[in-house]
Design a protein around this ligand. Structure first.
Ligand SMILES: Nc1ncnc2c1ncn2[C@@H]1O[C@H](COP(=O)(O)OP(=O)(O)OP(=O)(O)O)[C@@H](O)[C@H]1O
Length: 635
C-alpha cells in the first residue's frame, strides 16, 4: 500500500547524522508517519523529487550541500511542502537565514523532546493544509466571481438589447399611431364628403354605421335599425342584396334600380373581418349612377343611330348602276356590291377572285375606304412583280448595313400598312417561305426587319386578289393550306366582262365622260358599242377602258368584225395606225420607245386573249417583268 493510499503523511529527514535520523524516524513512524531519509543535501533533493514529502526535516550543516542550498533549490515549492530546519543551538543565525529563505520553523539540536519535534511537524502540516484549503477557497471564490461576472455581463447585454428593441418598437408604435390618427382623420373627412352612401350592418341586417350623406338622404339617423326597412322601405331583404355571400367572405358588385327614389345605384358590398378572421359586418358603398346610366343609354342610342347612318351612307354610295366608282348594274355586280358592304363592316381578311382587269384593286380600295381603317394607309403590293430575292426586304423592311447597298433604314409594306390595309395583288404568286412568314406576322407572332434583332408587330388587314384558282394551287402544293384559310375568310368573286355584257354601255359612257375632253363630250357610235358587246374582252374592263380611250384619241378600233358606216369618225390614217402604233414625232427617244412598248404589249395581250404567260414567252421576258410592264403602262 502506498503512502497516499494509506493516508499516512510522509516526512523526509535530511541529516548527515545517522543517529538523529534513526531516532527521529523511529519516533515519527511510531506516531504514524511514513518517513524517508537522506544523508546529505543532494540525496535529500533526489528523494524529494522521487517521493514528494508532506514535510521536510532539514539539517543545516551537512557536507557537500548544506541545508540552506537545499532550501534555495526547493524555494518554489515551500508553500506546499513546509521545511522545519534542525540546527545546533549555537548557530541560531543559520536558523534565521533559513527562515528568511522560507523555512516554516526550526528546532534545535540536540532534540531533547521528540514531542516538540512532532508538534512542529504537525503544526507545519496543519499550516500547509490551511494554506491548501485557503487556496481552494480562493480558487472557488474566483471561479464563482468570474462566472457571476460573466452572467452579469450577459444579462446586462440582454437588457441593453431588449431596451434598444423596446425603444425601436415604441418609436414604430408612435409613428404608426400618428399615421393611423392621420389616416383616420383623412378617412373621416373622405367619408364625410363622399358623394355616395356608406353603411355597415351585422349578420342580422342591423345598421351599425351610416355616413352623413346617407343619413341626409333618408332624412333620419337610422343606425341600429334594420337596413332594408330603414334605407329602402322594404319588409324583406332587398332583392339585389348579397348579404349571404358577404357573410361567407365574398365581395359583391351589383347595379340596381331603387323603386323608392326612382334612381339607379352601383353597390359594392364587402366583408369586414373580425380579429379571428370571421366576418363581423357587411360594409356597403353605394353610388348613384342614374346620370351615368342615362349617358350610357344615350351613347348606345347614338351609336346605333351612327351605325345606321354609316350603313345608309355606305348604301347611298350604291345606285342601281354603280357603287362609288365601280360601274355595273348586272346581277353579278349587285352581288359584288353586297359583299363589298359586308367586308367593309368587318375586319376579317378578304380575298378577291377575278380575271385580270375585272376591277379587283378597285374593289379592294373601296372596301378599305368604307372600313374603319379608311383613314389609314392602303398599301398595294404586286406580289407577282417582286423578284424572290427582294421579297422579304420589301415586306419587312431592313436596317442600315443589313446588306451591301443598305445605306439607311427602310421600312417595308407591313410597317407602311400598320393600322391600314395591305392589298396583295396576285397573291397566288407569293412564294411558300414568304407565305409562312406573313402568316406568322398576321397571327400576332410579329416579323423581323432584315438586319434587325427586334421583333415588330403590325396590325394589318389583308385584302388579297388573284386570277388563279387558289384551291387548286393548294392541292398542287403551290400555296399553303394554312395561309389560304387565313385569307379566304370573305371571298368576293368578280365576274369577267363577257359574263355581264349588259354593263358595257354604262362602262363605255363612264370611260368617255371620265376621259379629258373639251366642251363636247365625244360620242361613241351605237354600232361600235354593239360590236363591243359582241366581243369577249379577255382583258376585261381594263381592255375596254383602253379601247375606249384609244378610240377617242386615235379614232381607231381593232375589232375585225366592225362594219364601217358614215357616223363613224374613224379616218384613213387611223385605219393605218391600227397596224402600226401611232407615235407623235416630237418627243424624246425614251418616250417614243415607251409608247411603242405599251402599244406592242397591249396588242400582244389582246391577240393572245390576255394569256400573260404566253405573251411573256413571245416577248422573251419573264412573267414578273411582264406584270411590271403591264402595271407601269397602266394596261
Ligand atoms: N367596274 C368597273 N367600273 C369602272 N372601272 C373599272 C371597273 N372595273 C375595272 N375598272 C377599271 O379597269 C382598270 C383595271 O382595274 P383593276 O386594276 O382594279 O383590275 P384588276 O382586276 O386588279 O387587274 P389586275 O389583276 O391585272 O391587277 C382600272 O383602270 C379600273 O379603273
Amino acid at each position: 500500500m502506498t503512502v497516499e493510499q494509506s493516508g499516512k503523511r510522509r516526512v523526509l529527514i535530511i541529516d548527515d547524522e545517522d543517529i538523529i535520523r534513526d531516532s527521529v524516524s523511529t519516533y515519527l513512524e511510531d506516531s504514524g508517519f511514513t518517513v524517508d531519509q537522506a544523508g546529505d543535501g543532494e540525496e535529500g533533493l533526489a528523494r524529494f523529487d522521487a517521493h514528494p514529502p508532506d514535510v521536510v526535516l532539514l539539517d543545516l550543516r551537512m557536507p557537500r550541500m548544506d541545508g540552506l542550498e537545499v532550501l534555495e533549490a526547493i524555494a518554489g515549492q515551500l508553500d506546499r511542502v513546509p521545511v522545519i530546519v534542525v540546527t545546533g543551538a549555537g548557530v541560531l543565525q543559520d536558523a534565521v537565514a533559513a527562515l528568511r529563505l522560507g523555512a516554516f520553523d526550526y528546532v534545535t539540536k540536540p532534540i531533547v523532546d521528540m514531542a516538540v519535534l512532532e508538534h512542529a511537524v504537525n503544526r507545519a502540516l496543519e499550516h500547509t493544509r490551511l494554506l491548501e484549503e485557503n487556496r481552494r477557497h480562493q480558487a472557488h471564490l474566483e471561479d464563482e466571481i468570474r462566472s457571476r461576472t460573466q452572467d452579469l455581463h450577459a444579462r446586462t447585454e440582454e437588457l441593453l438589447a431588449a431596451n434598444a428593441e423596446l425603444k425601436k418598437e415604441m418609436a414604430i408604435r408612435e409613428k404608426t399611431a400618428a399615421a393611423l390618427k392621420q389616416s383616420e382623420a383623412r378617412l373621416t373627412e373622405i367619408v364625410s364628403i363622399f358623394e355616395g352612401f356608406i353603411y355597415t350592418c351585422d349578420a342580422g341586417f342591423r345598421l351599425d354605421f351610416v355616413n352623413r350623406k346617407l343619413a341626409d338622404h333618408v332624412g333620419a339617423d337610422v343606425a341600429g335599425r334594420i337596413c332594408h326597412l330603414a334605407l329602402y322601405g322594404l319588409a324583406e331583404p332587398c332583392p339585389w342584396c348579397r348579404h349571404s355571400d358577404v357573410f361567407v367572405g365574398q365581395t359583391a358588385h351589383t347595379e340596381f334600380y331603387n323603386e323608392k327614389d326612382g334612381r339607379w345605384y352601383d353597390a359594392v358590398q364587402a366583408p369586414v373581418f373580425g380579429g379571428e378572421g370571421q366576418v363581423r359586418n357587411l360594409q356597403a358603398v353605394v353610388l348613384d349612377i342614374t346620370d351615368r346610366k342615362a349617358t350610357e343609354d344615350w351613347l348606345r342610342q347614338r351609336e346605333a343611330q351612327l351605325a345606321e347612318k354609316a350603313r345608309r351612307l355606305k348604301s347611298n354610295m350604291r345606285t342601281a348602276s354603280r357603287f362609288g366608282n365601280i360601274i355595273g348594274k348586272s346581277r353579278p355586280m349587285q352581288t359584288v356590291y353586297e359583299n363589298i358592304l359586308k367586308a367593309a363592316e368587318s375586319n376579317a381578311h378578304v380575298i378577291i377572285y377575278g380575271e385580270s382587269g375585272t376591277g379587283k384593286e378597285m374593289v379592294a380600295k373601296t372596301i378599305h375606304d368604307l372600313s374603319d381603317r379608311g383613314s389609314r394607309d392602303f398599301v398595294t403590293v404586286h406580289c407577282g412583280a417582286i423578284p424572290d430575292n427582294l421579297i422579304e426586304s420589301e415586306f419587312f423592311g431592313y436596317r442600315k448595313g443589313a446588306f451591301t447597298g443598305a445605306d439607311q433604314d427602310k421600312s417595308g409594306y407591313l410597317e407602311a400598312a400598320d393600322g391600314g390595309t395591305l392589298f396583295m395583288d396576285e397573291v397566288g404568286e407569293l412564294n411558300l417561305s414568304m407565305q409562312v412568314k406573313l402568316l406568322r406576322a398576321i397571327e400576332g407572332g410579329g416579323y423581323t426587319p432584315i438586319g434587325s434583332s427586334s421583333v415588330r408587330q403590325a396590325d394589318i388587314r389583308i385584302v388579297a386578289a388573284t386570277h388563279r384558282n387558289l384551291r387548286s394551287s393548294v392541292a398542287s402544293g403551290r400555296f399553303r393550306r394554312d395561309f389560304y384559310y387565313r385569307i379566304h375568310v370573305l371571298p368576293i368573286h368578280l365576274p369577267p366582262l363577257r359574263s355581264r355584257k349588259a354593263d358595257i354601255p354604262l362602262l363605255v359612257n363612264h370611260f368617255v365622260s371620265d376621259f379629258p375632253h373639251g366642251d363636247r363630250l365625244p360620242v361613241i357610235p351605237q354600232r361600235i358599242i354593239a360590236a363591243m358587246q359582241r366581243y369577249d374582252w379577255p382583258g376585261n374592263v381594263r381592255e375596254l377602258q383602253n379601247t375606249v380611250h384609244r378610240y377617242i384619241t386615235l379614232g381607231e378600233i381593232d375589232f375585225l368584225d366592225l362594219p364601217q358606216t358614215s357616223d363613224d369618225n374613224i379616218d384613213e390614217a387611223a385605219t393605218e395606225s391600227a397596224r402600226l402604233p401611232s407615235i407623235p414625232c416630237n418627243q424624246p427617244l425614251s418616250d417614243a420607245i415607251s409608247a411603242f412598248e405599251k402599244d406592242y404589249i397591249a396588242r400582244l395581250l389582246k391577240e393572245n386573249q390576255w394569256h400573260r404567260s404566253r405573251v411573256a414567252e413571245l416577248l422573251g421576258i419573264d412573267r414578273r417583268t411582264l406584270f411590271r410592264k403591264i402595271k407601269t403602262h397602266g394596261l
